[in-house]
Design a protein around this ligand. Structure first.
Ligand code: F6R
Length: 238
């Protein structure tokens, strides 16, 4: 595993954006696995800036995202499709972007469809991941099997509670589609980004603790191409 220590969030974002843009420059028709959440926002901002300067071209690249809420469509500002469009895709020249379809009528069929979308692109060249405070990656919460591909997951009480603030006065999604741990581990390269003191303890457990489904990201210890980019605070216990 390669670890890059950044001074702060902006430095982390720039370092991680450098790695993603290197991937696109070296293999213009690559498949990027992307994530939502607060950590990657600075990376997307940086990539947009470099795109505007003409330094990186996404016209041949494809993307697949980790996850999507069941029941939310692209026009819903809490859907991950909306997040990706607003924070990244509509600002660059990427043409092919895939996410699970939150409005799919048949969730089981949607999992099969999304799995085959990823396979038909030849798999993921570089998967960007954020890390949950409990070690989750995608919506793979503690206890998730290491063997699953794309699946439909019921959100835990803790996740529902943490996300409630995003759904004031409206019904909250109770399940999601997510790439499973097996799907994530099949990516040729993993880029994990972490920021802030509140992530330090889970980063330690992920990389210094046992490989266990109780800490889903700990499986990354056995992936052969992981790059961890974090700021000093997040990496302080490694
Ligand atoms: C996002 C995702 C989540 C987040 C994780 C960290 O698509 O699947 O696993 O990566 O919850 O979120 P932030 O970056 O907001 O700390």
């Amino acid at each position: 595993m390669r670890i890059y220590t950044a001074e702060n969030y902006d430095d982390m974002s720039r370092k991680a954006a450098n790695i993603l843009s290197a991937q696109v420059i070296l293999k213009p028709n690559c498949v990027l696995g992307l994530a939502t959440g607060s950590t990657p926002l600075g990376i997307y901002r940086q990539l947009i800036e470099w795109y505007n300067k003409g330094d990186v071209d996404f016209s041949e690249a494809r993307s697949v995202n980790l996850d999507e809420y069941v029941g939310l469509g692209p026009d819903d500002d809490q859907s991950y499709r909306w997040f990706m469009n607003e924070n990244f895709f509509r600002h660059i020249n990427i043409k092919h972007t895939d996410l699970p379809d939150g409005l799919a009528a048949d969730p089981a069929a949607e999992c099969i469809r999304y799995e085959s979308v990823i396979a038909s692109h030849g798999g993921v060249d570089m998967q960007l991941l954020g890390l949950g405070h409990n070690g989750h990656i995608g919506f793979n919460e503690p206890g998730a099997s290491f063997e699953t591909g794309v699946h439909h997951v019921k959100l835990t009480e803790a996740t529902l509670k943490a996300n409630k603030r995003f759904f004031p006065g409206r019904e909250q999604p109770t399940s999601a589609f997510t790439m499973g741990i097996r799907s994530i581990m099949q990516a040729r390269r993993i880029l994990l980004v972490v920021s802030g003191k509140d992530k330090a303890e889970i980063v330690r457990r992920v990389f210094k603790g046992a490989v266990t489904s109780e800490v889903p990201a700990s499986i990354l210890q056995i992936h052969n191409n992981v790059t961890l980019v974090g700021d000093r605070e997040a990496l302080s216990l490694l």
